[in-house]
Design a protein around this ligand. Structure first.
Ligand code: CA
Length: 228
């Protein structure tokens, strides 16, 4: 598997590259956001990106969003900033998983394997027809093509991940989605802290949509959009 390792700390990058290469990964290492973006066009392109948050030329969260706009290659953010807000920010920026420094090699490899397992390479570039269709549930209208949401005709401003969660739930109204399923579909990863991240997004969605009970909790299982 081809990894793109974006890390400006030369000794850490060297150690990671050596260790991962010994395990059979093909590792391309770069030290700046600019070089990382250039590598997206490599032939063949990287399959998973390990992205340091603290880079010299650009903030890691920003580059994460930039990569996401151009590519769906899975991203694992690697950072010494371990606060929950920072992890949520990384996931919101489009990262698939988040690893705190310092980490053990075994954990890094487990994250890489986990992200790889959850990545359906064959369909990554082709969203399912269901995910693209306009959904109407009671007062709610979700339009995935325009990425707009209205409630009783009033537009609601959602973050990218909030939209993805709502679009998924609204695709099958009344049906309970298991938490792991939502996390797997929206973040394409079940990384540590995923359930807490999902709770944060659901709480924010409920506030923004302003309709009581539109998103219902199935205790201990997951969530569903109610048909009213
Ligand atoms: Ca750094």
């Amino acid at each position: 598997m081809r990894l793109l390792l974006v890390e400006d700390d030369l000794s850490l990058r060297g150690a990671m590259r050596d260790a991962l290469t010994r395990l059979g990964y093909q590792v391309a290492g770069v030290g700046t956001a600019g070089d990382a973006l250039n590598q997206l066009g490599a032939d063949p392109p990287p399959e998973i990106i390990l992205l340091d948050v603290g880079l010299p030329d650009q903030d890691g969260f920003e580059i994460c969003e930039q990569i996401r706009r151009r590519s769906r290659i899975p991203i694992i953010m690697v950072s010494a900033r371990i606060a929950v807000e920072s992890r949520v920010k990384g996931l919101n920026a489009g990262a698939d998983d988040y690893l705190a420094k310092p980490f053990k090699l075994a954990e890094l490899v487990a994250r890489i394997q986990s992200v790889a397992r959850r990545t359906d390479w064959s369909t990554r570039e082709e969203p399912s027809p269901e995910s693209r269709s306009v959904k109407r549930v009671g007062p709610l209208v979700v339009d995935p093509n325009a990425r707009t949401v209205t409630v009783h005709g009033a537009p609601k401003s959602l973050t990218r991940k909030e939209f993805d969660v709502l679009n998924l739930l609204a695709g099958r109204p009344g049906e309970v989605f298991r938490r792991e399923e939502i996390i797997g579909q929206v973040w394409r990863s079940g990384g540590e802290g995923g359930e807490r991240t999902l709770e944060v997004h659901i709480a924010s969605l409920r506030t923004k949509l302003g309709v009581r009970d539109l998103i219902e909790t199935a205790r201990g299982i997951g969530y569903r959009v109610t048909t009213g």
